[in-house]
Design a protein around this ligand. Structure first.
Ligand code: PMP
Length: 447
């Protein structure tokens, strides 16, 4: 295979302590650093000359593979033309064009886009829009926010409050008050080794009725869920679950937000997972795939009724006191437009949909490997659960990642005892096989 190598002479710096790395065991990393020097299509290249097969699309970002020429040129051209534009009281054409292109991809009814710079900002924006929407309609008492156990919604205070990952919450005090959590929809006993959406579990949505009953439905502003919980191990929502949530939200005037930071832009074979599930949320948060990961960008798609409710006051008054210095950044917009062209021209969403059955079969083959206690697949994703080792639940992860990366030149994401796979959607069938071979070897090595 013709793998383009990065420019040589990318040295590892001597002092690694100035950079406090995010979500990383800094001391372990710095004792044994792993440095990426380049990337092209399905591969990363390290400073010590390895070619790493990307089984993670970086971090669920690069759906079209890495350093794609049209995206690179669009960013270069934009940087040389309009490098930065203040987003308050000024616009630039690419921002409006990108918003229209994204709205055209979204389910009908979600027609407006608020831009920000990350998934975390998208989540906090959506939660704030929900609160401001109710407030503006004279329902200021609707302040309660509902998330889900094992949900991940980024690291803003809003996101960790509605998120359901203990480690992301426990260091940070009381967080937002007035937050409840739906139960996780995962039940290994009833759902193990499911391809696609589990048959069992739509009833987990009914917990929303119970929560509404406790507090009074008129106190709840919004519910936020991922159509497929990615960071906590690839947990597809059960068949009928999202429809049921939609019905309960409709009944009680609660807004429904889908966090599609991972599931957006083709990961589940559709532009947005909302389309796969035939459920129209009131807002969709997105990030990652919108620019193929090349420039940070996030955003919130909102329904007409929400947007319109902010547009009805006097036209010289700011409608929503919210925004970021880098909202709709020109480089991100240029990257976004070029990315959407690549997705369209290469038919990558359709490709993902067509590949899903073969992908699922290939991943399920791993069930015969030692210690594999569950495998889940949906779209071009997979979560492979290993039985906890002697160190206890969730303690195996770093070793598995380490060994996969170093010994077998494969990049995957590890969440506790779960190996998460989300390769770029340009992956070939032989590369699917290559990933599975490497995973099998790693699983045997850590057994
Ligand atoms: N929401 C979901 C569903 C995510 O998966 C992530 C990131 N993995 C985020 C929000 C946060 O995105 P970011 O890291 O860009 O802030």
């Amino acid at each position: 295979m013709n793998i383009q190598r990065p420019r040589p002479n990318v040295a590892t710096p001597n002092d690694l302590d100035a950079f406090w790395m995010p979500f990383t065991a800094n001391r372990a990393f710095k004792a044994r650093p792993r440095m990426l020097a380049g990337a092209k299509d399905m591969h990363y290249f390290t400073t010590d000359g390895r070619n790493i097969l990307d089984g993670a699309a970086g971090m669920w970002c690069s759906n079209a593979g890495h350093s794609r020429d049209p995206i690179v040129s669009a960013i270069q051209k934009q940087a040389a033309t309009l490098d930065y534009a203040p987003p308050f009281q000024f616009g630039h054409p690419q921002a409006f064009e990108l918003a229209s292109r994204i709205a055209a991809l979204a389910p009908k009814g979600l027609e407006h886009v608020f831009f920000c710079n990350s998934g975390s900002e998208a989540v906090d924006t959506a939660l704030k829009v929900a609160l401001a929407y109710h407030n503006g309609r004279g329902e200021a008492g609707r302040t309660r926010l509902i998330g889900r156990e094992r949900g991940y919604h980024g690291v803003g205070f809003g996101g960790i409050s509605v998120g359901g990952m203990v480690n992301n919450r426990k260091m940070f005090g009381t967080l937002l008050t007035g937050v409840d959590h739906l139960p996780s929809t995962y039940d290994r006993e009833k759902q193990a080794f499911t391809k696609g959406e589990p048959e069992y579990g739509a009833h987990f949505a009914d917990e929303l009725e119970r929560i509404a009953g406790i507090h009074g439905p008129g106190t709840i502003a919004a519910v936020i869920v991922e159509p497929m919980a990615g960071s906590t191990g690839v947990l597809a929502t059960p068949k009928g679950y999202l429809k049921r949530l939609r019905e309960i939200c409709d009944k009680h005037g609660i807004l429904l937000i889908f966090d599609e930071v991972i599931t957006g832009y083709g990961r589940l074979g559709y532009a947005f997972a909302a389309e796969r599930y035939g459920v129209l949320p009131d807002m969709i948060t997105f990030a990652k795939g919108v620019t193929n990961g090349a420039v940070p960008m996030g955003g919130v798609l909102v329904r007409d009724a929400i947007y319109d409710s902010f547009m009805k006051g006097p036209d010289h008054v700011i409608e929503l006191f919210h925004g970021y210095t880098y909202s709709a950044h020109p480089l991100a917009c240029a990257a976004g437009l070029a990315t959407l062209d690549v997705y369209r021209d290469e038919g990558l969403f359709e490709r993902a949909k067509a590949l899903e059955p073969k992908w699922a079969d290939a991943v399920m083959e791993l069930r015969k490997e030692p210690n594999v206690v569950d495998i889940r697949t949906v779209g071009i994703t997979a979560g492979i659960d290993l039985a906890p080792n002697k160190d206890g639940p969730g303690k195996r992860g770093f070793e598995a990642l380490d060994s996969a990366f170093h010994d077998h030149d494969l990049m995957i994401r590890v969440a506790g005892d779960t190996l998460c796979l989300t390769p770029p959607l340009i992956i070939s069938e032989s590369q699917v096989g290559e990933i599975m071979d490497k995973i099998a070897k790693v699983i045997r090595a850590v057994a």
